[in-house]
Structures are given as C-alpha cells and as structure tokens.
Ligand binder design. Structure first.
Ligand code: NAD
Length: 473
C-alpha cells in the first residue's frame, strides 16, 4: 500500500496490518532519513503539546485526579525538555562517527553510522500516560523511524487526547495511534516491528519479549520494581523528609521510580518519622483528601491492592482509604514484615514502609534479598557511606540526596537492569536505542593486502613476527 493510500485508513485494531504496511512503504521512500523531516515532525509535536495543553490537563485530572501544576511538571515539561534537548543535539548524534581502524585490517576508514530501524511500536502505561508515550516517541522520531503508539487503556482520557493529537497533526504513514487494551496490544504484537519500546509491569514485559522473539525484534523494556531509599545518620533529616514527601506522594505514589521503601539508620528513625509526618501535613493539610494537589488511585483494583498492604505493618500515619473517591491517604508504615507483600511486591501507591537498620551490612542484606531495582536512593552527607551502597547494590539508576530528579536530566540514560528493565533512553541514549548503529568499513579499491589469502607459504611467520613487534602478541 502506498503512503498516500494510508491517509484514508481508519486507525483501529482491524487495520493494524494495513497501517504497518503503509508505514513500511513510507519508510522505504527514505523520507524519514532526512534530518529536516525529523526536526519538522518533532517541532509539530512540540507545537501540539502547547495547542492541546488544556485538553491534556483535563485528561490527567479525569484519569488520575492530577492538578495542572503536577501535570505540567511531570508530563508536559519533562516531554518538552526531552524534545528541546533532542532538537538541539540530534544532528550531531546522527553524524557518522569515525573510529580507529585496527592495525591488522589497515589501511581503511571505519565509521559507525546511526540508521533508523524502520517501524517502531511504543506501548505505554497509565501512570504518566502522556510523558511515557511522548518521551520515547521523541527518541524514535529523532532516530528516523515510523511509529505506532499504543497508550494505556487505564488512562482513557489521556489516551483519547494522544489519539487526537496524532490524528489531527500527523500522517498515519509516519505516526499512528491505536487505542485499546490487552486485545489491541496482542494484535499489534502479532505484527512484525523493527523495534518495540514497552513501559509497564515486569510480568507484561516478559510477554512482550516472548512475542518479540517470534520476529527477533529488539526490545526496550522500561519496567518497575522496589526502589530502596537508604537514609543514614549523616543525612540532613529536614531535607530528606521534604524530598521524600514529594518523591513518595507525587501522583499518589504511582511512579515507577518512587521510593518504594525506606531503610533508615535506627538512631535517626524516630526523628525522621516525626519530620515526615510534619511535612506531609504541611504539604497536603490536615486532611489530604481535600488537598487540590493530591492525586487519586487509578482504579478500584489498584486501590484494593494497595489498601491490602496496610495490614503488613503498623500504620504510623495516614492509612485512610475511601473507595468511592479512589483515595488513599499518604501513609507511613513502621515495622513492616519483610516477607509480607508490602515488602515483596512493588507498592506503586502512597504507602511508605519504614525499616530500621543498625549497620550498613544489615541494610544491604535487605536490598540484596530483592530483585535489582529500577532506582536506588541514598541520603547521606558522608561520601564514603554513599559509595559503600553504590558499590554493593546495583540498580538501573541511582540518585544521591534527592529522589527521581535524575529522570529529568536528558543527558543521563534512563532504564532498569534485570527484572526492572532492559535498555535505556532519554537524550542521546534514546536516539541510539531507536537507531541501528551500523558499522561501515571502507577500503580503497586499488589497495591489495599482500598477507591475505592462499597460497600462505611463509606468511604465518611474517605475521607472527610483525604482531610481536607491534605488541599484538
Ligand atoms: P502494564 O504492564 O499493566 O501495562 C502497560 C501496557 O501494556 C498497557 O498499554 C497495557 O495495555 C499493555 N498490556 C497489558 N497487559 C498486556 C498483555 N498481556 N499483552 C500485551 N500488552 C499488555 O503496566 P501499568 O499497570 O500500565 O503500569 C505500571 C507498571 O509500569 C509498574 O510496574 C511500573 O513500575 C511500570 N512503569 C515503569 C516505568 C519505567 O519507566 N521504567 C514507568 C512507568 C511505569
């Protein structure tokens, strides 16, 4: 099917194969290889984010009860920053890079040329439903791919706005949005893509990888996990409490890199809990349910799941659950049972278990007994303490004396390790994730390598002597 014909295909599950055919046809015209074309599409996306801002605000309010400021900061500004950084640097990233040529294959020119992969599929979650489609899309467009995006059905209002932005601004042969749930994802995964970028839970990540294996499609898996936060006695407790209140309770704790649980040195545990209580009350008021700035749980299923964790320790603060309003108060749980679901599953909600430890070894034993997390946080003013934990506990990313802000730095790759993810993106790393880094080795035509090929005669001796001389052997 031609790219022109694609413009009249209704975008929906029944037409998934036709959309991908049309995108392949368009990709093969070479149009997306042009850096001007890519920049034009990115600018269009940036303009659309401004034009539809009010609709994005309304959608996030409907889906997650998010206030406009939080939506702006965590959905729009983070995506815009990624877009701005990419527009500024992508021409440089796209340049072929000349690399040295090993002596044994000299003389030649060796280059790495980033190339678009083809047609990319981007599947998003519901918790930051705009940014987690927008930011990978920026990376994929900058790399020169055609794209199908599938936003989460659990954030239906945001999914509808994304579909509208795509429909009203982009050629479906370049960018299409297919809405729906598991059945739509499944239908999409029956098709061959050239890259699949998935953000979501670890269990579904496994399904995505299995489906991708059928076509040997490369995948990026941005998954979740239990991200520990370690607070030592050398931390400034006021700053720690302030940052924890923001990091744990923004979006009602429904953040993949939220501090999942706290490990706090026993001598400062009591004071930290008191400071947390005071800070939460200051930020969200005596009754956070009435705060215009406190978000809601996405649906009843997740509300019941999170509420069930409250029995796994002592509720030291909060704990109120109002099903009809999808509300769970900012909650602190002390003395959590380490083998209970609260300390075994990703919480993904506004409940913070606080575990006290006596020695760094004890804290480490708790983090190491769990899967490699997406993020790790250490609060301490003592560099040797920070390094102790950074050296011994791996994680996708780490952030010292703050929470989650590393996500906003486009110069840092963002991604997990092991069960918390595969691959990374943001900035140049995102461009490369969606590119094929092609090696191109160029020899001058007239040059004949005297040592190659039979008859070998005494070439072995010459080769060995030459390599020894040059310290290759
Ligand atoms: P999810 O895995 O349930 O859903 C994500 C997407 O996958 C949705 O679009 C959904 O329609 C689709 N999907 C669901 N089941 C599927 C199936 N069987 N086959 C194919 N597709 C399927 O995740 P979620 O509940 O939307 O998001 C929460 C999870 O995402 C948490 O674990 C969180 O940590 C993680 N997350 C990770 C990041 C990150 O950047 N690493 C960011 C946000 C969320």
């Amino acid at each position: 099917m031609s790219a022109e014909a694609a413009k009249v295909i209704p975008v929906g599950i029944a037409n998934v194969a036709k959309i991908i055919d049309a995108q392949r046809a368009f990709f093969s015209t070479g149009a997306t290889r042009s850096l001007d074309y890519r920049a034009e599409q990115l600018k269009k996306l940036g303009e659309a984010m401004q034009k539809y801002e009010a609709e994005i605000f309304a959608a996030l309010k409907a889906d997650l009860g998010k206030c406009e400021t939080e939506t702006f900061l965590t959905e729009i500004a983070t995506t815009s920053e990624e877009l701005r950084h990419t527009l500024r640097h992508m021409r440089h990233w796209a340049q072929p890079r000349t690399v040295p040529t090993s002596l044994i294959v000299q003389p030649a020119k060796s280059e790495i040329r980033p190339e678009p992969k083809g047609v990319a599929l981007i599947i998003g979650p519901w918790n930051y439903p705009f940014n987690l489609i927008g930011a990978p899309l920026v990376a994929s467009i900058s790399a020169g791919n055609c794209n199908v995006v599938k936003p989460s059905e659990l954030a239906p209002a945001t999914s509808a706005v994304i579909a509208k932005i795509v429909r009203e601004n982009f050629d479906p042969a370049f960018l299409a949005c297919v809405e729906g749930g598991v059945e739509v994802s499944t239908a999409l995964l029956e098709q061959r893509f050239d890259h699949i970028f998935f953000t979501g839970g670890t269990g579904v990540g496994r399904i995505i990888m299995e489906k991708a294996a059928k076509f040997l499609t490369p995948v990026t898996l941005e998954l979740g996990g239990k991200s520990p936060t370690i607070v030592t006695k050398h931390a400034n407790l006021d700053h720690t409490a302030n940052r924890l209140t923001w990091g744990k309770f923004v979006n009602a704790g429904q953040t993949c890199i939220a501090p999942d649980y706290l490990l706090v040195e026993r001598s400062v545990a009591g004071p930290l809990v008191e400071k947390l209580k005071a800070r939460i009350t200051k930020v969200y008021g005596q009754n956070p349910k009435d705060s215009p700035d406190y978000a809601r749980i996405v649906n009843q299923r997740h509300l019941k799941r999170i509420a069930s964790y409250l029995k796994d320790g002592t509720v030291a603060f909060g704990g109120e659950v109002v099903e009809s309003e999808r509300y769970i108060a900012p909650t602190l749980v002390t003395q959590p049972k380490l083998d209970a679901p609260l300390m075994q599953e990703e919480i993904f909600g506004p409940v913070l278990p606080i575990v006290e430890y006596n020695t760094p070894e004890e804290a480490l034993a708790i983090t190491q007994a769990r899967d490699q997390p997406l993020a790790m946080y250490v609060f301490s003013d003592k560099a040797s303490e920070v390094e102790y934990f950074l050296d011994r506990q791996t994680s996708g990313d780490a952030c010292v004396n703050d929470l989650m802000v590393h996500f906003g730095n486009s110069s840092l790759p963002f991604g997990g390790i092991g069960p918390s993810g595969l691959g990374a993106y943001h900035g140049q790393r995102g461009f490369e994730e969606f590119s094929h880094m092609r090696s191109v080795f160029t020899r001058r035509m007239h040059f004949e390598m005297p040592l190659y090929g039979a008859p070998y005669g005494n070439k072995l001796g010459i080769l060995k002597r030459a390599m020894k001389l040059l310290k290759y052997l």
